[in-house]
Design a protein around this ligand. Structure first.
Ligand SMILES: *[C@@H]1O[C@H](CO)[C@@H](O)[C@H](O)[C@H]1NC(C)=O
Ligand SMILES: *[C@@H]1O[C@H](CO)[C@@H](O)[C@H](O)[C@H]1NC(C)=O
Length: 206
């Protein structure tokens, strides 16, 4: 009983917390950052072995003050559309809080508006990155951690400068299947909880 109350309390709390997040739409963001990544178009990198060098900086031809709200730059590895086909969990959503295109964080760094030189970061492709085709995107976040600008290595159609990452053999499918099983399990056990509770409540009444 206590655990059920705890479960309910945390569900309510988490939905409250979630609803306080701003619903930033990707389509509302300006492309203000220039982002590059080292792998050439079509390169095949190995997870856990190869490195990517990412650079980012403000597009200097934009009007002064474009970056006045920028506090942090968050760089992410994103699935290209080709890797989203038949994989609903990698889906693109305009509402960024629901977008699953860019699940892998590469780095987050404070934005220094006094130093607009191009920044760079070398990233060892993490071992748990699944086999897929990718590009790199950077978001500029404001002090509330909301996205206020972006830049990416590929064009608007996400067709250019794509590269592949090859997972450590056999790992990616297992990981994907695991995450599906886990969410199915979570839903089923939640239903189980409620059903059980209802039955008990009915018994209690009699
Ligand atoms: C930089 O901004 C200008 C003006 O909006 C735009 O024409 C240009 O394509 C941008 N450059 C890059 C590399 O995004
Ligand atoms: C600007 O940033 C670059 C890259 O991080 C750094 O090497 C350089 O020293 C910085 N310049 C100033 C004036 O802070």
């Amino acid at each position: 009983m206590a655990s059920l109350r705890l479960l309910l309390a945390s569900l309510v709390l988490s939905s409250l917390l979630c609803s306080t997040y701003a619903n930033v739409l990707f389509s509302s963001l300006k492309r203000t950052l220039i982002v590059t990544a080292s792998p050439p178009q079509g390169a095949v990198l190995k997870a856990g072995v190869d490195k990517i060098t990412v650079t980012w900086g403000l597009n200097q031809t934009l009007p002064a003050g474009t970056d006045s709200a920028y506090k942090t730059i968050k760089v992410k590895l994103c699935y290209a559309p080709i890797s989203q086909k038949d994989r609903a969990w990698r889906k693109t959503e305009d509402k960024l809080s629901k977008d699953k295109t860019c699940p892998h964080k590469i780095v987050a760094k404070p934005y220094n508006s006094a130093n607009k030189t191009v920044q760079s970061f070398e990233w060892l492709v993490e071992r748990d990155v699944p086999t897929a085709t990718y590009f790199v995107r950077a978001y500029a976040l404001d002090s509330a951690e909301d996205e206020v600008g972006y830049g990416q290595t590929t064009d608007v159609h996400k067709a250019t400068s794509l590269f592949q990452i090859q997972a450590i053999t056999g790992r990616h499918t297992t990981m994907d299947i695991c995450s599906i099983c886990f969410s199915a399990f979570a839903v089923v056990s939640l239903f189980g909880f409620f059903f059980n509770e209802k039955r008990r409540a009915k018994k209690g009444e009699k």
